[in-house]
Design a protein around this ligand. Structure first.
Ligand SMILES: Cc1ncc(COP(=O)(O)O)c(C=O)c1O
Length: 394
């Protein structure tokens, strides 16, 4: 699977590492100079932290920062310490109330990143088979490989509007599959998986005793008729999310997992080995954010919707770009026709100070990801510059 000329291994490890480590399942761990090498990094995260910045930054995925001064809360009440060993009760309660679940099903985590890690680490044993969507958010794959799972993939096809095809899942699933992993909304395309399809995925998983992990970090960027969490669809569903993408408070690192109580407890115990106890000032501010979530969300919504409208007009005018448009979400994933995408993005950044995420980080090197929702003036100028670069035709 993957794009011509680039193996899954190369797209994440770099060519040299991939050549050395290549194994039958892409870049799964293998033996090299007699020592066992485990995958221990994320190329996407490193790129995002060190190379994604530009004056006109379209390489984002979350909305504009919501400033602390605008959060209606009394900062004199902020505290540093508390007996919050397995979480500060008001926070899981707020998360539980928002989703209509029992607080016993809520596990606090440091962002959706740690939520995904904890969820997969609690569910998978070394060598267990995990079936992950393609294209996928890179760090999900990185964690699965780090955990030494046996990573298999199922396709979401552009020709099919990037939708999940349950028949494709049925073809790829094996009796030994332990976990199916999807994002909803899908990162990078923002495609929404409807409840009927999620139910089918649940049925497929149940038939072989597997679980379904749904990363819902972008789901609340469906601003009208926001679907409820898929956690309610059955006991095989495990859900991860956070306030980092749609609410503008990424710095709080407020993330969570929704899981059945026994599995949730296993994750809390496992987290004793990772971040141990949560950052208490973060918990207090997160509770305050939960009290005003609609305020945070509406502010970002205005920017996301203005940007989406600009993006639609832009895409209509660009014969060299083809994209599946969605009425929601903070990202879009156009394909650049007849042109080398990495070279195009390099020049866009070095000559026009404008960035977007190369599709190679999603194993789709002909595509790139554009992020909305930060600043409409910046977004408009970024698109202008992209238009100029596309017009150059070299
Ligand atoms: C699908 C998906 N899951 C998880 C994350 C990580 O989110 P967080 O910042 O909450 O750790 C991201 C970030 O881009 C993402 O796109």
């Amino acid at each position: 699977m993957g794009q011509p000329g680039v193996s899954l291994g190369e797209s994440f490890l770099g060519r040299e590492d991939a050549r050395r480590l290549h194994s039958q399942d892409g870049y799964a761990p293998s033996c090299y100079t007699g020592r066992f090498m485990r995958h221990k990094h994320s190329d996407y995260m490193q790129w995002s932290k060190t190379q994604s910045r530009a004056r006109f930054n379209l390489a984002t995925s979350g909305v504009a920062s919501f400033p602390l001064r605008d959060l209606p809360t009394d900062l004199k009440q902020l505290e540093i310490n508390c007996d919050n060993g397995y979480g500060y009760a008001p926070l899981p309660q707020a998360i539980a109330a928002r989703h209509g679940v029992d607080p016993d099903c809520v596990v606090e985590s440091a962002g959706t990143s740690m939520a995904n890690h904890l969820a997969m680490a609690a569910i998978l044993e070394t060598g267990d088979e995990v079936l992950i969507e393609h294209p996928a958010y890179g760090p999900i794959l990185d964690v699965a490989h780090y955990l030494q799972a046996n990573v298999k993939r199922f396709r979401r096809d552009e020709e099919n509007g990037w939708e999940i095809d349950p028949d494709e899942l049925r073809r790829c699933i094996k009796p030994k599959t332990r976990l199916i992993v999807v994002t909803n909304l899908h990162n990078p395309t923002s495609v929404l998986t409807p409840e009927s399809v999620l139910r089918e995925i649940g049925d497929i998983a149940r038939s072989i005793g597997a679980l379904v992990l749904v990363d819902e970090v972008y789901l609340d960027a469906v601003y009208e008729n926001t679907p409820p969490t898929s956690f309610h669809l059955g006991p095989e569903f495990v859900v991860t999310s956070s306030l980092t993408k749609v609410y503008g408070v990424s710095g709080l690192r407020c993330g969570w997992i929704l899981a059945q109580p026994d599995l949730a407890w296993k994750m809390r115990r496992l987290n004793d080995l990772y971040s141990a106890t949560p950052v208490h000032p973060g918990e207090l501010l997160s509770v305050a954010a939960f009290q005003h979530l609609d305020l945070l969300r509406e502010r970002a919504r205005r920017i996301v919707e203005a940007d989406r409208s600009l993006l639609r007009d832009f895409l209509k005018q660009q014969s060299r770009l083809s994209a599946v448009s969605t009425p929601w979400g903070t990202t879009s994933f156009p394909r650049l026709v007849n042109r080398e995408t990495d070279a195009f993005l390099e020049r866009l950044r070095s000559e026009l100070d404008t960035s977007a995420v190369p599709g190679r980080f999603f194993e789709m090197p002909d595509h790139f990801r554009i992020g909305m929702g930060v600043n409409t003036e910046m977004f408009a100028e970024g698109l202008n510059r992209m238009s100029r670069a596309l017009g150059r035709g070299d």
